[in-house]
Design a protein around this ligand. Structure first.
Ligand code: FES
Length: 391
C-alpha cells in the first residue's frame, strides 16, 4: 500500500482526535456560511483577488531543492510577470523580473538550468548571478552608460524551510507572514528532499478548486477508494496561524482509546499557506504540494503539483512506491476533485445553486473565505474568523 496512508502526526493531535472519536464530534464552526454563486463567477471579484492577493502577498515560487548550487536558476510565470530565480555565489536566492534592462529581452525561457553568467540572447548583455550588469557588447560603439542603473530589476524574495517565496509587491518578511506555520514547515525538512515530479492541471475558478483542499467532508464520498477508505470521514482538527491552516484527519487505524503502537501514527495532516498553497506531505516521507493560480478568466485556474520525497536510492521498491503514490495523488485530484469542480462551475454559471453553503464542519473553508474577504476588501478591520466550538 502506498505510503500516502501512513502519514504521521504528533501525539497531541492523536489525543485530540481520540476525544472526537469517543464523543462522535469534530472541530466545528459556530454557524454556517453562505456565499453567493457570483463570488466564483464575477470578473471584478476575480480582479480584486489578483490585485490584493496575488500582486501583494508572498507567493510560493519554488523549492530550495530546485536550486541547490550557485548558478542554478528557475524561470517561471508569476501572474503576469516573468520571474527569474537564481542562487548567487553567496548561496542566496534572488528573484528578478526576467527582463534584460537594455530593451527588455527575456533572459531565460521558462524552466530550470544552470549558468555561469546570465547572458541576454538578444544583444548579449551579461549579468552576474547577483543581477549586476557586468558587460555590454561593443560598448565603445554603444556609448557610455551607468551600468548600476541597468542591473536586473529585483523582486522581494525569501527562502526558508526549503521553500522560496517571491512577492510582486512589498518586501517579504516570512516570519511575520507565516507566523507559527513557519515552525510547522521547517519541521518537514523539505530542503533535504528530492523533487520527483511536477505536473499541471487546469479546472474552474481557483477558489472552487481551493475549497476542495480545505474540506474533509467529501473524502468518503468522492474518494472512496483512496484517502476516503483510510480516514474517518468528518473527524477533523482545524488549527490556524493567521490565514494559514493545519487540518488533521483521524486515520481509521487510530483507536478511540488506545495510543497507537507507533507513537506518531494515526494522523494525516494537510497544511495550507494562504492564499494558494496546499501541503499534503508526511514528515520523513514526502507527498504533494499544490499551488493554485487564477487562470485567464474568472472561470479558469491552473494548479502546479510538486511531488517531493526522500531522495531515490538503489532500492527500486522505494522508487516504485513513490511513483505509485504520485500517480494516485495526481489521478485523484484530476479525475475526482477537479472533475467535480468543472461540473460545479457549470452549475453555478446557470445560477443553480444561487449560493453555496459551508456547514459548521467546513470550518477550514469558512476561515479561508473570511481571510480572503479581509484581504480583498482592504477595510483594515480584523476579519471575523470562525472559532472552534466543539473539542
Ligand atoms: Fe538584452 Fe538587448 S535586450 S541585450
Amino acid at each position: 500500500m502506498a505510503a500516502i496512508f501512513t502519514h504521521i502526526g504528533p501525539q497531541a493531535l492523536n489525543r485530540r482526535l481520540q476525544r472526537h472519536l469517543r464523543a462522535g464530534s469534530s472541530d466545528l464552526a459556530p454557524g454556517k456560511l453562505q456565499l453567493p454563486a457570483d463570488y466564483y463567477l464575477d470578473p471584478e471579484q476575480w480582479q480584486r483577488e489578483r490585485e490584493y492577493l496575488f500582486q501583494r502577498l508572498p507567493l510560493l515560487a519554488g523549492f530550495s531543492v530546485e536550486l541547490p548550487a550557485p548558478g542554478d536558476y528557475k524561470a517561471l510565470q508569476l501572474m503576469d510577470t516573468s520571474v527569474l530565480l537564481i542562487r548567487g555565489d553567496d548561496q542566496r536566492v534572488r528573484a528578478f523580473i526576467n527582463s534584460c534592462q537594455h530593451r527588455g529581452g527575456r533572459l531565460k525561457d521558462e524552466g530550470r538550468g544552470h549558468c555561469h553568467k546570465l547572458v541576454c540572447p538578444y544583444h548579449a548583455w551579461r549579468y552576474n548571478r547577483s543581477g549586476e550588469l557586468i558587460s555590454i557588447l561593443d560598448q565603445e560603439k554603444f556609448g557610455e552608460l551607468e551600468r548600476r542603473q541597468h542591473n536586473l530589476a529585483p523582486l522581494a524574495c525569501a527562502e526558508d524551510a526549503g521553500l522560496i517565496f517571491v512577492s510582486l509587491g512589498e518586501t517579504v518578511v516570512l516570519e511575520e507572514f507565516l507566523g507559527g506555520m513557519l515552525a510547522e514547515l521547517r519541521e518537514l525538512g523539505l530542503e533535504r528532499w528530492q523533487l520527483w515530479d511536477r505536473r499541471e492541471l487546469s479546472t474552474g475558478n481557483w477558489k472552487l478548486a481551493h475549497d476542495g483542499y480545505l474540506d474533509g467532508y467529501h473524502l468518503a464520498s468522492l474518494h472512496p477508494h483512496s484517502v476516503g477508505s483510510v480516514v474517518h470521514n468528518n473527524v477533523l482538527l482545524f488549527d490556524h496561524w493567521g490565514p494559514h491552516q493545519r487540518m488533521s484527519f483521524a486515520q481509521k487505524e487510530l483507536d478511540r482509546d488506545r495510543a497507537p503502537e507507533l507513537p506518531d501514527a494515526g494522523t494525516i495532516i494537510i497544511r495550507t499557506v494562504f492564499p494558494n498553497v496546499s501541503i499534503s506531505v508526511a514528515r520523513d516521507w514526502g507527498g504533494m504540494i499544490s499551488v493554485l493560480w487564477p487562470g485567464a478568466s474568472a472561470d479558469q485556474s491552473r494548479t502546479e503539483q510538486y511531488f517531493l520525497y526522500a531522495p531515490a536510492t538503489e532500492n527500486e521498491e522505494y522508487s516504485e512506491q513513490v511513483r505509485a503514490e504520485i500517480a494516485l495523488y495526481h489521478n485523484a485530484v484530476r479525475a475526482e476533485d477537479y472533475s467535480m469542480v468543472d461540473k460545479v462551475q457549470q452549475n453555478l454559471a446557470v445560477g443553480s445553486p444561487a449560493s453555496v453553503t459551508f456547514g459548521r464542519n467546513e470550518l477550514g473553508n469558512q476561515r479561508w473565505h473570511a481571510w480572503l474577504k479581509y484581504y480583498c476588501e482592504q477595510s483594515g478591520e480584523a476579519p471575523s474568523i470562525p472559532t472552534i466550538t466543539a473539542q
